[in-house]
Design a protein around this ligand. Sequence first.
Ligand code: G1P
Length: 291
Amino acid sequence: MKSKVRKAVFPAAGFGTRFLPATKAIPKEMLALVDKPIIQYGVEEALASGCEEIIIVTARGKSAIEDHFDISYELEASLEKRGKKELLQICRNVSNMVDLKYVRQKEAKGLGHAVLMAKDLVGNEPFAVILPDDVIDAPVPCLKQMIDTFDQVQGSILATMVIEGPAISAYGVLDGNALPGNPKVIEARGMVEKPKFEEAPSKNAIIGRYILTPAIFDLLEKITPGAGGELQLTDAIKGLLKTEKVYGLTFDGIRHDAGDKLGMLKATVDFALKRPDFGPPFREYLKSLSI
Ligand code: G1P
């Protein structure tokens, strides 16, 4: 019987140092992209892709994430009293979206360690990992594209995109070949976390969406610190290759690195221009700039 991807894990325990000072007291996952915190885009993507359970790996100082997806009685009562029906609905939609489960990562030991914290909540089934910094704008949700591929190959899937030049060093990089007749699916031979530009095995960067088989947890328990002295998810996935097939999927869509200041600005412009309520005047404003 084919297994179904029902659970999505969101590592959200990092410090968000790339966005200081904004992230000194606010979790980076709560930074607003137009008018929604970036983590909400990821949660909506997971639900639109068929996931039913959302697991968030949090840490100290991240309680705003829990509050955001919870009911805010005082706010709702106030909006109701003032007849602000639309806003009330927006707030209720967020708290009704899904019941989330939370698990804490006590120490910032790296992405691999954060995913390991979800072991008991995930159990023995394939699951998705979504890195909330990576906001992906796609006609078919990126995770849905990956789940469709998973359904065909029944192996772990990593989202990939081509990154030109030295910027590749900021990513995990896949080594492998496209499947015959399916150039978007790359069968992995190896992978390396944050290689030097000269040593990168390809231009195929791993982006923050993964579907992993539960075998990953044993490997996550065994890995030793890798790039940057952190326990790296990429190193555990590389270990998975010894016993299972792993694939990269070149997804259709535009990926924004919303955990980066310039990336967030670009995402803001793109998403704001698409808004029916204020996209047109925003476009006019941008056109009026003498740049
Ligand atoms: C993480 C992963 C890396 C991946 C990247 C995508 O790195 O470790 O393999 O390419 O996300 O955004 P981070 O950006 O957390 O350093």
